[in-house]
Design a binder for this molecule. Structure first.
Ligand SMILES: Cc1cc2nc3c(=O)[nH]c(=O)nc-3n(C[C@H](O)[C@H](O)[C@H](O)COP(=O)(O)O)c2cc1C
Length: 318
């Protein structure tokens, strides 16, 4: 498989990043991805109870990952997370190799992280956000289309349209995210000018991921049309269709205010869906590529199957 400048930047063998996924991307998954030659990312809240101390939990996870792999791994830090200052201090203190920031202003912490020797990648869903991250000195930008599971950009640009436009607008490496789950997607992303890919939904359906078995099974059973964007008023997110999604959409169609929607959603609905496995009342972030995922595998098998078919896909283009 092609070695790209992302591999050189991050010290990894294959240009594949396992995206950070709130509540479920635990140390075991991140270490398995890194051991297989990609870059695994831990989420500060992965597997966490609501009453746990997030800072101590993250430190413990970083130490667990260090005990499971000698390869580089990273931490995903959504910048609007309450207590973000303390989380930044932990990744610096624990000398994590890579931080992927998202959902917030890259001006805030990029230089501090880089001064500590950490590579910084930032998730952007529009060209102007990618350019702004580039100006703030990030090492690479992750261009995420709105096929992606989880929170999306407001402009609803697809990966296929977004990636080449970001590639043309910045000089740093661009990582494509959203709608990629096999070697065809990786080859397509590289053809668009990306230096690598970030995958989320594919890694939910792995043995190592902390996601509840109901969530993994729901991904395996999903079809192409089984996800939907909710929360266009609050902050859009692509989630699995279920009763929770239907109720939110009904409320939105009826003109519910942001306050009413927040009151309905309550606290940590995404934890209820993804970690507790309540796929009726819980919110399960999921990308539209779920329809292509037919099997729960180990994280290493996911990476190896991409590596094994990469050359065949390339050859089919000649
Ligand atoms: C269950 C789930 C939770 C996610 N949580 C986060 C998160 O906490 N932080 C973040 O930056 N991205 C998050 N994402 C986005 C992923 O990191 C990744 O960019 C995205 O899943 C890629 O698109 P795909 O789902 O089509 O592979 C989440 C995605 C999923 C499916």
């Amino acid at each position: 498989m092609k070695k790209t400048r992302l591999c050189d930047l991050l010290g990894i063998e294959y240009p594949i990043i396992q995206g950070g996924m709130v509540w479920i991307t635990n140390a075991e998954l991140a270490a398995a991805v890194s051991n297989a030659g990609g870059l695994g990312l831990i989420s500060p809240t992965a597997g966490m109870s609501l009453n746990d101390d997030q800072v101590a939990h993250l430190r413990q996870q970083i130490r667990t990952a260090k005990s499971l792999t000698s390869k580089p791994f990273g931490v995903n830090l959504p910048l609007l997370t309450p207590g973000i200052e303390d989380l930044i201090a932990v990744v610096i203190d624990e000398r994590v190799s890579v931080v992927v920031t998202a959902a917030g202003n890259p001006a805030l912490y990029t230089s501090r992280l880089k001064e500590a020797g950490i590579k910084v990648l930032h998730v952007a869903a529009a060209v102007r956000h990618a350019q702004s991250a580039d100006r703030r000195g990030v090492d690479a930008v992750i261009a995420e289309g709105y096929e992606a599971g989880g929170h999306n950009g407001l402009d609803e640009i697809t990966t296929f349209a977004l990636v080449p436009q970001v590639v043309d607008a910045v000089t740093i490496p661009v990582v494509a995210a959203g709608g990629i789950a096999d070697a065809r997607g990786v080859v397509a992303a590289l053809a668009l000018g990306a230096a690598g890919v970030q995958m989320g939904t594919r890694f939910v359906a792995t043995h190592e991921c902390a996601a509840h078995p109901n969530f993994k099974e729901a991904i395996v059973k999903a079809n192409d049309v089984d996800t939907v964007i909710t929360g266009r008023k609050l902050g859009p997110a692509r989630i699995l269709k279920n009763e929770f999604a239907a109720r939110i959409l009904e409320m939105e169609a009826a003109g519910a205010s942001a306050e009413e929607l927040i009151a309905f959603i309550g606290i940590a609905r995404s934890r209820t869906g993804q970690l507790e496995g309540d796929l009726v009342n819980g919110e399960a972030y999921c990308g539209s590529i779920a329809g292509m995922i037919k099997e729960i595998k180990s994280a290493g098998e996911v990476i190896q199957s991409i590596v094994d078919s990469y050359d065949t896909v390339l050859a089919s283009l000649r």
